[in-house]
Design a protein around this ligand. Structure first.
Ligand code: HC1
Ligand code: SF4
Length: 575
């Protein structure tokens, strides 16, 4: 142990603890902007400076280790003076248009400046304005970038892509798309992890809320909304609701109150995906068609973008099943449109997703006889949903639990866990067991694919199951850096699997790039546990027991992988 004094308090911490951590462990928060534990500890912002007794120069607390006998002041007049100057210099290069900034109220720069009581910026403003294609789902505003390097590090270290890089030197150092490329050329997976790790509003998703409001106002449109599994475990965070209060039923109620005509839960189509993808897997697996193993899941568009750009030769091993978002859109514009007697063109499909890549996935076309359009017309993130609720002046306390509309009402616990890493695999195995044995396994029989600490084990959970004499080797991975490592092992023949689930975001969609942002805190694990609790409490635990899905097959799609299902619910992945 190391003994030192911080702000007059005698403390002991483990060796190799940074001064910042030592202070935090003892209830002394030190302000910071660029620091991200284990990812970005480069002291770029110099907001975390502290005074070390006996030393003239201040030191940064994020990358200096606590040493025996140190006497540290985190908030002395000298510290405050320097910290203030550092923040003022950052503000001089930052477009401080807080009223029109998506991060207003949830911005670390704003809080640090407010805490330092900065009312005026004594330096000349120099803003960097670079052009950006505002139609791209991910938007970067260079005039808001504070060069903290978090996006560079997250994309490189966690997602293994390196879309962002440092450009220039000295006072001209800045961040930009690496290799002088445009963002279109940069192989961005659209996972949005750079957005959720940006301390300010320099990175954000394209706002699609106005499109949704316009569709709602259009009397000729029937607005049909779906809400993804992972949204239910995070939307309440921004509205001050407890996890058990912030139910999916209340989101559906909010959507209806905002003017949606019909509201649905994506867990319905997650069950549909299991029917299609599970059947496809068994077909490929038992009929000897799975020559090239493993088959990869296909519901995460961040992953699809990644495999297409990084491992194009593996694309043919993707399941052809569309994601639940797309399947629901296709069912809404065909089966459901028929049911309510409205033409597909009149249906306007909106999905509420924890994800930025889903905004890109919606570009996929829908071919239905004469009609060619899109399964999905607009995608909004969890954050955009909260913005809409706020702008509709809906007080969360007045929301009631509302059921999904009929006839696509039911959703199983298996569908709910799609939102957490391992969930798609577990749901698929529950139903694959049934398809093989014609009886249900215990609902938790495939728990081994849950990764209790998905950050550990390189983000991979491996499991092998025997169903009678059929042995299925599975792996589940989240985070694209982890995915790259796993794919390389598969390619080198070091590991062998039959079925692999990949989610681009660490922890799965619960940690998605469209989820509420809590600077420096990772909530994916807790949100995932919440989804497992919802599954445990669900009346229905198996996708193949979803009555509304069975009726839809009877009335419309006939059976999984039928011709109609193939046309509407599957897609050929091409590079
Ligand atoms: Fe997901 Fe999925 S789980 S991909 O993360 O398969 O976004 O929540 O909706 O489509 O169901 C996202 C979540 C989501 C799809 C489902
Ligand atoms: Fe989107 Fe989920 Fe994939 Fe992340 S893991 S990119 S939130 S679908």
């Amino acid at each position: 142990m190391v003994n030192l004094m911080i702000d007059g308090k005698q403390i002991s911490v483990k060796e190799n603890t940074t001064i910042m951590e030592a202070a935090a462990q003892n209830g002394i928060p030190i302000p910071k902007l660029c620091y991200l534990k284990g990812i970005n500890e480069i002291a770029a912002c110099r907001v975390c400076v502290v005074e070390l007794e006996g030393k003239e120069k201040l030191i940064t607390s994020c990358n200096n280790v606590a040493e025996e006998g140190m006497v540290i002041y985190t908030n002395s007049p000298k510290v405050r003076r320097h910290r203030r100057t550092n923040v003022e210099l950052i503000l001089a290069q930052h477009d401080c248009q807080c009223v029109s900034c998506t991060r207003s109220g949830n911005c670390s720069l704003q809080s640090v400046a407010n805490d330092l009581n900065i009312l005026d910026i004594p330096y000349k403003k120099v803003l960097e304005k670079r052009p950006w294609d505002l139609s791209f789902p991910l938007i970067r505003d260079s005039s808001k970038c504070i060069k903290c390097m978090r996006c560079v590090q997250v994309c490189e270290k966690i997602q293994g892509l390196g879309v962002w890089d440092v450009e220039g030197t000295g006072s001209r150092t800045t961040v930009n798309v690496a290799g002088h490329k445009t963002i279109h050329e940069a192989d961005c997976a659209l996972c949005g992890q750079c957005i959720t790790h940006c301390p300010v509003g320099a990175l954000r998703e394209r706002d699609d809320t106005e499109k949704v409001w316009s569709a709602i106002a259009d009397k000729n449109k029937t607005v049909v909304v779906q809400v993804a599994p992972a949204v239910r475990t995070a939307w309440g965070e921004e509205l001050g609701m407890k996890p058990d209060e912030a139910t999916v039923g209340k989101i559906l109620d909010a959507c209806k109150r905002m003017g949606a005509d019909y509201v649905f839960d994506t867990t319905f189509s997650a069950d549909l995906t299991i029917m299609e993808e599970g059947t496809e897997f068994l077909k490929r697996f038992t009929e000897g068609e799975l020559k090239e193993r493993p088959m990869f899941t296909s519901c995460c568009p961040g992953w699809i973008r990644f495999i297409k750009s990084q491992y194009p030769h593996l694309v043919r091993q993707l399941s052809t099943a569309k994601s639940p978002q797309q399947m629901f859109g296709a069912a809404m514009k065909t089966y459901f449109a028929d049911k309510i007697g409205v033409s597909p063109e009149q249906i306007y499909t909106v999905s509420v997703m924890p994800c930025v890549a889903k905004k890109g996935e919606r570009e996929m076309e829908l071919f239905h006889g004469e009609y060619a359009g899109h399964d999905i017309d607009a995608v909004i993130t969890t954050r955009e949903l909260v913005k809409m609720i706020r702008s509709a002046h809906i007080s969360p306390g007045t929301l009631k639990d509302r059921e999904s509309d009929r006839p696509m009402q039911q959703g199983s616990g298996a569908g709910v866990i799609f939102g957490v890493t391992g969930g798609v695999m577990e749901a698929a195995l529950r139903s694959a067991y049934y398809l093989l044995k014609k009886e249900n396994p215990p609902a938790d029989a495939f728990k081994a694919v849950r990764s209790p600490e998905f950050q550990a084990n390189d983000g991979v959970a491996e499991a092998e199951f025997s169903i009678d004499d059929v042995k299925v080797r599975t792996a589940v991975v989240s985070g694209l850096g982890n995915t790259r490592a796993l794919l390389d092992k598969i390619e080198r023949g070091e590991v062998h699997y039959d079925f692999v689930e990949v989610m681009a975001c660490p922890g799965g969609c619960v940690g998605g790039g469209g989820q509420p942002i809590h600077d420096g805190k990772e909530l994916a694990f807790d949100r995932g546990q919440n989804l497992y609790c919802l599954d445990e409490k669900a009346q229905l635990r198996f996708s193949h027991e979803n009555e509304d899905i069975l009726v839809m097959y009877q009335e419309y799609f006939e059976k999984p992988m039928s011709h109609k299902a193939h046309m509407l619910l599957h897609t050929e992945h091409v590079n």
